[in-house]
Design a protein. Sequence first.
Length: 339
Amino acid sequence: MRRFRLLIVDDSPTMRRLIRATVSNDPRIEVVAEAANASQARDAVNLHRPDVITLDVEMPHMSGLEFLRRLMRHRPMPVIMVSTLTAKGSRAAIEALALGAVDCIEKPRATGDDASFARLADTIVMAAGARVREQAGRDGGIRAPNRSYRGSNKIALLGGSTGAVDAIETILRGFPVNCPPTLIVQHMPAPFLESFAARLDPRVAPHVRLARNGDRLTEGEVLIAPGGAFHLELRQGPPAVTALVPGPEQSGHRPSVDALFNSALPLGPNVVATILTGMGRDGAAGMRALRDHGAYTIGQTAESCVIFGMPRVAGEMGGVQAWVDLPAIADAILDHCAA
């Protein structure tokens, strides 16, 4: 069995010890070094050549974000951010994911609750197999889409997980101001989702916000599942409206892509559904059901995914009608929503 080489970067000795202790009994992982700041981390990367880095979002002298930005520019590799759920921490975590970090793990809280670390070892192993590419970076301005859009009565649904923060921003940057009504489920804790919507809104032409209970579907508006205790679903009208539905996880997640996709089955031919990069199988069954009900379904190609998990399973189940590289997904959605 191959052991993946891990570098732990955090200015807190306590946090470094906790991360080491959490993964020390996993035979798949070998901790090869620790670093307390960006300078030590740079030297450790060059000396130990890790497969994966866990990186604190906030560090003295050079922030974790700035180190990540430089790392992805000069030596891209899988990075897992370790962050608090404070407003400042969640905003920084979303920025890190947009810069190319594979995933973000919540730091244990002061109450001693370390449930967030339960999936750390599996996340490290998953990240070791991720496709990490150089990030050129983006400015904060709105990108003018290359095309116009003729409205129709169709809606766009998107579901994603690991690696999909950047994918979703890429897609929405291709949407015009009057884009089709769009609903998104992204696997993240609720505070991260709030920061995600706040990050996207000034960077894309449509209006982006968290979905509320009873929202009508409107051209030019992108609604993101708020997560927490709720799934995002559709309730049929006319008009169709959103519903925030409390309940247990579905397909291992809340919010769940399957919950959204299955709720849209009555709209069948008026739906264009896209499954994006992510680990697991959430959305695969719902996508197959949508296709069976006449929806047009798109899967992100393996070559453009960070983790080809959710799209792969959806394809194996017969739910994917067309495979599309990430840079072309926006146009594919708009084409089929206008048809």
